[in-house]
Design a protein around this ligand. Structure first.
Ligand SMILES: [Zn+2]
Length: 226
């Protein structure tokens, strides 16, 4: 994949867009806020939040799929080198957080993004002892055969960050199964402005609301690995 290293991108004070983060901690993986939005259950949801719902509806929206596919693939292309740099080497595998609701067939994010990235795919299974609505961290929420991810540097993708519990559970499992590193990328994040701990994040996003695809979460966190 050709990429435009974010280190060469012009400086920006934009604040939102698809972002990634690299997990180096033993336990939780990291993922980053990507888009300020209201809860999808609220009316008048912003367009990006709306797209994240209708792209995988029973009758999926083709324009929403094009929008999100472009966002995800361009983000990964722009930040490919900083992701691999932070992981200490080339990405070796890609994985998507599987549906906890028993959806049949490929997850829509696989159709519009991850299947277009030529990396071997990991296919974790879901522990059905947990409720599909459970958004807490669980070390055993997902499962891969022992050794399946040994030494892997994994690009972990999900469409939406709500609590982070599922993506962190999957990143934990990948590391427990032997992954050398996990870079998590999500397309959007729901932020409830009435939730106290979210207010600092909302203030930061509102202070620099211009979206810029070249802005990198790794640069923000000082973890570009270069
Ligand atoms: Zn970057």
């Amino acid at each position: 994949m050709e990429s435009a290293p974010c280190a060469a991108a012009p400086p920006t004070n934009a604040s939102s867009g698809a972002t990634g983060a690299v997990s180096t901690a033993k336990r939780p993986a990291a993922a980053s806020p990507t888009r300020l939005s209201r809860s999808p259950t609220r009316s008048r949801a912003p367009q990006h939040a709306h797209n994240l719902i209708i792209y995988k509806a029973t009758q999926p929206s083709a324009p929403a799929q094009v929008n999100l596919s472009s966002l995800g693939i361009l983000y990964i292309a722009y930040h490919w080198e900083c992701l691999t740099g932070a992981l200490g080497g080339p990405l070796t595998h890609i994985v998507t957080v599987p549906s906890t609701r028993g959806r049949q067939g490929p997850h829509p994010i696989e159709t519009i993004i991850t299947n277009r990235i030529r990396l071997p795919r990991l296919q974790p299974l879901v522990n059905t002892n947990y409720s599909p609505d459970d958004r807490d961290f669980h070390a055993d929420r997902f499962w891969l055969p022992p050794g399946a991810a040994t030494g892997a540097r994994v690009l972990l993708m999900d469409d939406t960050w709500t609590s982070g519990g599922r993506i962190q559970s999957l990143a934990y499992m990948l590391k427990a199964t032997g992954a050398a590193g996990v870079a998590a990328v999500v397309l959007g994040r729901h932020v409830n402005p009435e939730y106290g701990p979210a207010r600092t994040l909302i203030r930061q996003l509102r202070a620099a609301p211009r979206f810029d695809l070249t802005r990198c979460a790794l640069e923000d966190s000082g973890r570009t690995g270069t």
